[in-house]
Design a protein around this ligand. Structure first.
Ligand SMILES: Nc1ncnc2c1ncn2[C@@H]1O[C@H](COP(=O)(O)OP(=O)(O)OP(=O)(O)O)[C@@H](O)[C@H]1O
Length: 560
C-alpha cells in the first residue's frame, strides 16, 4: 500500500478535522449516556424483578433511563450529521479544486489521460472519499472511546469480565488489519477495472462511427461487456471478503460475550457476584463490541477511498501547462495590441526535444498571418503556446500597443476557432453566450452578422432558439465553423486565431469564411494555420514552418 496515497487522503480529510472533532466529541458524550442508560436499566430490572419494589418507586430511575435514551439518540444523530456535512463540504471543495486544476492543466496536459478514466476519477473516485471522512474516521475514534469507557466501568464491577473483554477486544482491530492488508489488493483491482471500463466505454462511444466503418462495433461491445464482467467479478470478490470478515467478527464477538455470560453465570450461582452487577455487565458486553463491529463495517470505506486515490493521483501528477492568458469579456478593455511578436520562441512536450526552435515573426494589426508547413512540423503547437495552453521553453511572445508599450498576457483578448469546434447540445443563443453570458439578442445578432451567420440563423424556424444537437450534429460543417467564429467574436477579440478555418468545407462555405476573415482582420491581428489557397490568398504574410516568413511574391508561388 503506497504511503503517498495515505498521506494524500489524510491531507484531504484534515480539512474536516474541526467538525470531525465535534462529531467524535458527541460520540464520546453518547458513550457516557449509553453507560448511564445501561446502569439505570440494570437497576430498574433488579429493583422491580428481584427486590419486588413497587413500580411507582422507580419513577426517577425510569425517567432518567428515558432521558438518557432520548439524549443519546439526539447526540448520535448530531454526531452523524456533523460528520456527513463536514465530509460533504470537504469533498465539494476538493471537487471544485480538481475542476480548477483541470483548467490549469489544460487540453494539452490532459491529452495523456483517457477521457473515460478522467471522468470516473472526477466522479466516482471523489465520491469514494465521502464515506471515508464521514464514517471511517468518526468510527475509528468511537472504536477507542466507547470500549474504553465500558472497560473502565466493567473494571469497577467485575474483574473476570474486565479481563475477558480486555483480552478479546484488541483481537478485532488486529484481525481487521490482517484481513485489510490482503483485501486492499482486491479493492485496488476492482478500481483498476472500473477505470478501464470507463475509459473503454467512452472510447467505444466516441469512436462508434469508425468502429462501424471497420465492422468492429460488435467486437467493441463484446470488449466492453468483458470489462464490465471483470469489474463485476472483482466487485463480488471484494463483497465476499467484506461479508466473510463481518461474519467472522460477529462470531468472535458473540463468542466473547458468551464467555462473559458463562463466567458471570457460574459466579452468580456460587454467590460471588450479585444479579444487578451481572446484568449490567451483560448489557454492556455487546455494546463493548458494537463500535468494533461498526468500525470493521466502515473499514472497506477506507480501502475504497485509498484505491480511488490512485486514479486521482494520476490526475494530480499531470503538469499544469495552462498559462493564465486572455481577458474576460466584462474585464475593462485595455489598449488593443498593434503587434504580436514571436521572439526566438522554442517549445516542446514533456521531456521531449523542442518541436519549435527559435521561431521569430511579427503579426501586425489589420493583417492576416497564415502559418503553413508540413504535417507534424508544429503548427498546432504554435497555436497552443499562443493560446496559453502550454508554456514556451525559451523566448517570448509579446503584444505591444501603438505606443510600443507591452500589454500583459492576461489582458490579451484572444478569439479561437479550432478545426473541429465543440458546440454544446443547447440552443444557438446558449452556445454564443458561452463567451459572454450577459449578451442580449441585439449583440448576438450583430456578432452573428460579423461572422456571416446571421441570415442562416434568421432562416431557421426557431432562430436563436434552435438546438444545435450534440457537438452541433444538427448543423453542417460550415455552419458549425461560422457559429464557432461568432462565438469567438463574442469576446471582442483583438487577436483572432484559426486552425484550418476552411478545411473540409465546400468552396461556397470556404469562400464565406475567407471573406469573413478578411473583414475581421481590418481591426484585428489574425493568425490562421492553413494550407488552403483561399486563406493564403487573403494572407498578408505567410509563416512557413520551419523556414520562416515568406514575402508576398513567395506567397504567390506557394499558393500557385
Ligand atoms: N501532447 C503531445 N505530446 C507529445 N508530443 C506531441 C503532442 N502533441 C503533438 N506532439 C508532437 O509534436 C509534433 C508537432 O505536432 P503538431 O500537432 O504541432 O503538428 P502540426 O504541424 O499541427 O501537424 P498537422 O498539420 O498534421 O496537424 C508532432 O511530432 C507530434 O507528434
Amino acid at each position: 500500500m503506497s504511503a503517498g496515497r495515505i498521506s494524500d487522503i489524510s491531507e484531504i480529510a484534515r480539512k474536516a478535522s474541526p467538525a470531525l472533532a465535534v462529531a467524535v466529541g458527541l460520540g464520546g458524550v453518547g458513550a457516557v449516556l449509553l453507560v448511564v442508560q445501561m446502569i439505570l436499566l440494570a437497576k430498574l430490572v433488579a429493583d422491580v424483578a428481584l427486590q419486588r419494589l413497587p413500580v411507582e418507586a422507580e419513577f426517577w430511575p425510569f425517567t432518567g433511563f428515558l432521558c438518557a435514551a432520548l439524549m443519546r439518540c439526539c447526540v448520535q444523530w448530531a454526531s452523524e450529521m456533523t460528520g456527513e456535512q463536514a465530509a460533504q463540504k470537504v469533498v465539494t471543495v476538493f471537487r471544485q479544486d480538481l475542476i480548477q486544476r483541470l483548467f490549469r492543466i489544460g487540453p494539452v496536459g490532459l491529452q495523456d489521460l483517457e477521457t473515460g478514466r478522467l471522468a470516473t476519477s472526477l466522479t466516482d473516485s471523489v465520491a469514494a472519499l465521502q464515506p471515508y471522512i464521514a464514517q471511517y474516521i468518526p468510527r475509528a475514534a468511537a472504536m477507542v472511546i466507547l470500549p474504553c469507557v465500558i472497560l473502565a466501568v466493567v473494571a469497577g464491577l467485575d474483574g473476570w469480565s474486565f479481563l475477558i473483554l480486555a483480552m478479546t477486544g484488541p483481537l478485532i482491530p488486529i484481525f481487521m488489519a490482517l484481513v485489510g492488508y490482503s483485501a486492499q489488493g482486491l479493492m485496488d483491482r476492482q478500481w483498476t477495472r472500473l477505470l478501464l471500463l470507463g475509459a473503454s466505454f467512452f472510447d467505444a462511444v466516441q469512436g462508434l462511427t469508425t468502429l462501424r466503418l471497420f465492422g468492429q462495433a460488435r467486437e467493441s461491445v463484446k470488449m466492453v461487456q468483458a470489462m464490465a464482467e471483470a469489474h463485476r467479478l472483482a466487485t463480488m470478490q471484494v463483497m465476499r471478503v467484506a461479508f466473510l470478515t463481518s461474519a467472522v467478527l460477529e462470531f468472535f464477538s458473540s463468542l466473547a460475550v458468551a464467555l462473559v455470560a458463562i463466567v458471570l453465570g457460574s459466579r452468580l450461582l456460587s454467590g460471588q457476584v450479585d444479579f444487578q452487577t451481572s446484568f449490567l455487565v451483560l448489557l454492556l458486553a455487546p455494546e463493548y463490541f458494537a463500535p468494533l463491529r461498526n468500525f470493521s463495517a466502515s473499514y472497506h470505506a477506507r480501502q475504497n477511498a485509498l484505491s480511488a486515490m490512485d486514479g486521482l493521483m494520476a490526475f494530480m501528477r499531470l503538469p499544469e501547462l495552462c498559462v493564465d492568458q486572455g481577458a474576460r469579456p466584462h474585464q475593462a478593455k485595455t489598449a488593443a495590441p498593434e503587434k504580436l511578436i514571436f521572439k526566438d520562441v522554442s517549445a516542446g512536450y514533456g521531456q521531449g526535444s523542442d518541436i519549435l526552435c527559435g521561431i521569430s515573426f511579427t503579426a501586425h494589426r489589420g493583417t492576416i498571418t497564415a502559418v503553413t508547413g508540413a504535417s507534424g512540423c508544429g503548427k498546432t503547437t504554435l497555436l497552443h503556446i499562443l493560446l496559453g495552453m502550454m508554456p514556451v521553453r525559451a523566448g517570448e511572445i509579446i503584444a505591444v500597443d501603438d505606443a510600443g508599450s507591452r500589454i500583459a498576457a492576461q489582458n490579451w483578448r484572444i478569439g479561437w476557432v479550432p478545426q473541429s469546434p465543440h458546440l454544446l447540445n443547447e440552443t444557438i443563443r446558449d452556445n454564443l453566450r458561452l463567451a459572454d453570458p450577459d449578451a442580449d439578442d441585439t449583440r448576438l445578432r450583430s456578432v452573428a452578422a460579423l461572422a456571416g451567420v446571421l441570415s442562416f440563423i434568421n432562416d431557421l424556424p426557431d432562430g436563436l432558439d434552435t438546438v444545435v444537437g450534440d457537438r452541433g450534429t444538427a448543423l453542417s460543417g460550415g455552419e458549425v465553423r461560422r457559429l464557432a467564429l461568432a462565438r469567438a467574436l463574442m469576446n471582442a477579440p483583438d487577436i483572432l486565431v484559426f486552425d484550418e478555418p476552411t478545411a473540409d468545407l465546400d468552396s461556397a462555405n470556404a469562400a464565406m469564411i475567407a471573406t469573413a476573415l478578411k473583414q475581421l482582420a481590418a481591426s484585428r491581428i489574425v493568425i490562421a494555420v492553413s494550407h488552403r489557397p483561399d486563406i493564403l490568398h487573403q494572407a498578408t504574410q505567410v509563416f512557413h514552418l520551419p523556414e520562416g516568413v515568406l514575402h508576398l511574391n513567395e506567397i504567390q508561388r506557394a499558393v500557385a
